[in-house]
Design a protein around this ligand. Sequence first.
Ligand code: ZN
Length: 67
Amino acid sequence: MSEAPPAAQSPRPCPICAKPRSERYRPFCSRRCADVDLGRWLGGNYAIPANEEGQEEMPEAERGEGT
Ligand SMILES: [Zn+2]
């Protein structure tokens, strides 16, 4: 039949970058990924240096219409 995939170091990888998570920053692999996830919870307007390039699509709805 089908063989189950060999269990890696961790049953669940980092939800942000899918890397093996760290016990220190679980369930993330690093503090940066934890910050990224936290930023999403805070509103998704968090600055992510890793995705700053090539992702410059800002909805005009964010612009203030003055008065
Ligand atoms: Zn990660």
